[in-house]
Design a protein around this ligand. Structure first.
Ligand code: G6P
Length: 369
């Protein structure tokens, strides 16, 4: 086992550090930004179907569902196709309206999640086209779908998903860009720029990993917290959900992720000097809005840890701690901004003496409902 961990103390840490490579593997052979080439062979025959879809339904559970939320923002922005993201467990039992012009994208690391599989069968029986985004080659979900694209992240052993999440977003981003390009909903120059940006993601993720020691120091300060709030807006809202899930599943600290503007409809009541609030506040279209959300938390003496874009001085002046990540197109930021949150939850869990690779009550693959 020590050999399999490749010198890392836990699989989770190894998998977090593998991400520059796993994202690179996911993009390899599919994306060549210089030549303006982007091709996902697995869905080639379905491009017209997706392009002309009335609606895209994304079905998943857990962390994969969070990747689906990121994809919702990306598909709607670039492809102008309405997207709904569904928990597989809810979808399968609520007699959903699904038709032949719907395209379903099922996302699953293991390819074995029982609820996701059942949701696929239901949508299939109603005539929808089903695509899979899975990591485990030859698993049940890829076999049940019409077509799909593998994430090629390599085996993920840690129960808390890390590299599978970033690989899922990478594949979904490529899908969206491919469809948008074929559909003509994205200007050629914007499309070409996004390809260049996507190709640069692995190096930017590597830069985030260089922050490990700094993040460990922040973890030391907050390891005894009993609650934690994660807030983000736009593309960083699903990252807030994922950051909170990572913390609660491995450290057993109660954590909630929220869209930052929703804070005033509830969570703000919880904020006092004992409440750490993690903001994902990189420079994007909602930057000024999130700055005012940070001010609202500081006014109530909350402890602010902010993930910001390198060189940000405005939030640095307000927050208790900042974690600076490389700049990127806002649509690609989740691939970068989630990295410090994975590391933060990892270190807090280790400091609390938790079994990070096998947290209590959780399973890597949920094959029962
Ligand atoms: C379990 C795992 C999570 C995972 C979820 C969905 O809860 O612990 O890490 O996100 O199942 O699994 P899937 O294999 O379908 O992505």
């Amino acid at each position: 086992e020590a050999i399999e961990k490749g010198g890392y103390e836990h699989f989770m840490l190894k998998e977090i550090f593998e991400q520059p490579r796993s994202i690179g593997d996911c993009l390899r052979g599919r994306l060549n930004a210089q030549e303006g080439h982007l091709h996902l062979g697995g869905i080639h025959d379905y491009i017209n179907k997706i392009k002309n879809a009335d609606r895209i339904l994304i079905i998943a559970c857990g962390t994969s569902w969070h990747a689906g939320l990121v994809a919702e923002y990306i598909f709607e922005e670039f492809c102008r196709i309405p997207v709904e993201v569904e928990y597989a467990s809810e979808f399968r039992y609520r007699n959903p309206v699904v038709g032949e012009k719907d395209v379903v994208i099922a996302i699953s690391q293991s390819g074995e999640t029982a609820d996701t599989l059942a949701a696929i069968e239901l949508a299939k029986s109603k005539g929808a086209t089903i695509l899979g985004v899975c990591n485990v080659v030859g698993s049940s979900i890829p076999r049940a779908t019409h077509a799909g694209s593998y994430t090629h992240a390599g085996p993920e052993i840690g129960v808390a998903s890390t590299k599978a999440f970033t690989a899922q977003i990478s594949v979904l981003t490529m899908m969206a860009l491919m469809i948008a390009n074929k559909k003509g909903t994205l200007k050629e120059s914007v499309y070409r720029n996004l390809l260049i940006e996507l190709e640069a993601v692995p190096d930017k993720v590597a830069k985030c990993l260089d922050l490990n020691a700094q993040i460990e120091l922040i973890a030391e300060k907050y390891k005894d917290a009993s609650n934690c709030l994660y807030l983000g807006r736009g593309y960083n809202f699903p990252v807030a959900l994922e950051g909170a899930l990572k913390l609660k599943e491995i450290s057993y600290i109660h954590a909630e992720g929220y869209p930052a503007a929703e804070m005033k409809h509830g969570p703000i009541a919880l904020i006092d000097e004992n409440m750490p609030v993690v903001f994902i506040a990189t420079k994007d279209g909602s930057y000024e809005k999130i700055v005012s959300n940070i001010q609202e938390v500081k006014a109530r003496k909350g402890q602010v840890i902010a993930v910001v874009t390198e060189g940000d001085t405005e939030i640095a002046a307000m927050a208790d701690h900042i974690i600076e990540v490389p700049a990127a197109h806002e649509a690609l930021m989740p691939l970068i901004s989630v990295i410090p949150l994975q590391l933060l939850s990892y270190h807090i869990a280790v400091m609390r003496g938790c079994n990070v690779d096998q947290p209590r009550n959780l399973a890597k693959s949920v094959t029962v409902e």
